[in-house]
Design a protein around this ligand. Sequence first.
Ligand code: NAP
Length: 385
Amino acid sequence: MSPSKGGPTGHAADTASFSATPTATCWSWQRRGSGRYTDSTGTCGAGHRDATGPPSTNDRQTAMAERQVNALQHRRPRITIFGGTGFLGQRIVRHLLRRGFPVRVAVRRAQRVHEIFGTAGGALEGMDVDVHNERRIDAALAGAGGVVNAVSLYRERGQHTFASVHVDAAERIALRAREQGISRLVHISGIGADPDSGSAYIRARGVGEIVVSETLASATVLRPAVMFAPDDAFLTTIVGLLKILPVYPLFGRGRTRLQPVHVENIGEAVAAMLEDPASAGRTYDVGGPEVFTYAALVRTIAAEIGRRPLLLPLSYRLWFGLARVSILLPNPPLSRSQVELVQIDTVAASGMPTLEAFDIAPLGIRETVREIVRHVPRAGGLKRA
Ligand SMILES: NC(=O)c1ccc[n+]([C@@H]2O[C@H](COP(=O)([O-])OP(=O)(O)OC[C@H]3O[C@@H](n4cnc5c(N)ncnc54)[C@H](OP(=O)(O)O)[C@@H]3O)[C@@H](O)[C@H]2O)c1
């Protein structure tokens, strides 16, 4: 988690500046004082595929060809994504590339960008940026037409506090975007974020949303529910524990409600929002297709892998105690903020547009559980049932 050394990698920063203006069907991306770049297909998002799982070799070849053509034609403005190597960030990057956006990934360890994505036909560049450094943020935003903030901090360490990342740095990114004339920003927060919460984490997320919206009124705030995928830390942990424990410990009585959403769906939603002028200035809660209580979720996963554990309610006081002890370990499996998060319902507020509103087919949790058991046999120490 230490900041990496400065200096852009990959392509030199494009010094042109873009702003997005809505048209009847789509964003058109106007370069100030010069040429105008529009989606020549006339349909936003044309050419993107349904996210129904990892792309096949054919999909990858097709997507690569599309990216090269699109990058060459400069049909879309560059999107800078802070946190583009993370669990969610990687999906956002791939969906943006698939839709023909050139992408700049701003993270502290930019060498990971090409390790993860390859070269993407020249449509992708990595840049060493710490979001605490205003100058580096400015460099990352130079020439961009849109921005995504997908930076996370789950455990405070030294100067890296929830407030410094989720409030101060979030505000800094919004401010620098505004100063550079960039109106399209998607700020990733989380369902349940609340400026009045007693939890430092949940409060910082809530205050962060407010300062971003106050700084850049056109920013879109996206609040995903807990996200899952075969490579997550959420489902794989539950599956792994279910495989070895005949008695499964619940958070409290397991009555907290949650609405897990596939990370691929959220990645695609971010790309869709950047194309949709109607999303500017709005806040979205986005959850998956089903709402579970925590106990029902554990039962559903257990049934999927052929287990019937005894579910054991454990008091939150005990969980907070475990989190305090866990923090002493090199890679703490549990943190105070995680326990605080499972104390509150994290489901989309009623009336929120669903994934279908963005033409995205929601992926269910059962298929991913089967995929984890099939393809990641050692996840959480498990073996195939
Ligand atoms: N995971 C979930 O279930 C979930 C649910 C709801 C909301 N969210 C939200 O979704 C967002 C992304 O979460 P995630 O789980 O994808 O996070 P993640 O996997 O931990 O990725 C974090 C990314 O941020 C970068 N980063 C961290 N600190 C940075 C800094 N100081 N400067 C620049 N880059 C920095 C990391 O790269 P470097 O380390 O190389 O800098 C990495 O690319 C967060 O806002 C999170 O709260 C997540």
